[in-house]
Design a binder for this molecule. Sequence first.
Ligand code: SF4
Length: 375
Amino acid sequence: MKYIDEFQDPELARRLLDEIRATVTRPWALMEVCGGQTHSIIRHGLDQLLPDEVELIHGPGCPVCVTPLEVIDKALEIASRPDVIFCSFGDMLRVPGTGRDLFQVRGEGGDVRVVYSPLDALRIAQQNPDREVVFFGIGFETTAPPNAMTVHQARRHGVKNFSMLVSHVRVPPAIEAIMSSPSCRVQGFLAAGHVCSVMGMGEYPELAERFRVPIVVTGFEPLDILEGVRRTVAQLERGEHTVDNAYARAVRPEGNPAARAMLEDVFEVTDRAWRGIGVIPDSGWRLSPKYRDHDAEHRFSVEGIRTEEPAECRSGEVLQGLLKPHECAAFGTLCTPRTPLGATMVSSEGACAAYYLYRRLDVPAATAREASPVV
Ligand code: SF4
């Protein structure tokens, strides 16, 4: 398949690995901040194929995983109302809130619907003018533009019964928070290519300079990731810390100006809580005052939510790269994709789910190298 097969070529992967092995002289810890990259790394065993000196840390890059419990509980509260049709992408339905999830709300009679686009939710609102229709808008800079465009359309077409529960997050402030943490071990970042295809690369040079950390914009196929690692390690070995674009087939330095203009019109930057991490200043978006009528939090004024995380779940440490999923005592026993205790096991992009799905336990590197489908 075009743009897929050529980025999974085993011979080229071998060459890139050889180059990395020839370059590296000491241990380096790199972080990817994208659930799609985490899954690609684990699925293809890339972390086990890399030389022992190169460690990949899985950062808070899964949008479902970082959505705070308080927002999940707000969604549950709104979805339970008899006058509401609550629309969401499917992976949010099993994310545990305090005591239940959206599937349970649906089982109890709530009108919870899975949609494939925010525009589907807008259409449902137009078809049901006597009901309140709420879309659950979560995610990074990648899902924010279509959500912004949908709110813009709702306003333009006067769809007054449509609103959005917004919990969008932004990557650069998360990198800043990770680098500012006293326990931070990260020495280089693989920046998420799809985020940069929207936002461009303009926010990264200041971070690279201030924290003296290389940031390499990286894609999602095995060769993309190995190339991102190769360039990051090469910079670290040379003592450099610049922003580099290893995903030029999709990312332009300025990003997507139309999408950015839409974001600027509909959203405003706000502080946002990240699950397992806490509040990060300026790390999120909410609807701007101009669109407040379509803000579900404003419309339903859900107050007095008290959240409670399961005591066994260590997803906060997983999301900060302080713990590997299989080092959690509940992994694969109390916590599985069928019985998830935390969002990192629920989401298809979560690190715990990736480790479970690809049966990642403590497999010796040599064994994994022999078994890998890539090289
Ligand atoms: S394995 Fe389950 S309980 Fe452990 S950190 Fe991951 S989601 Fe939480």
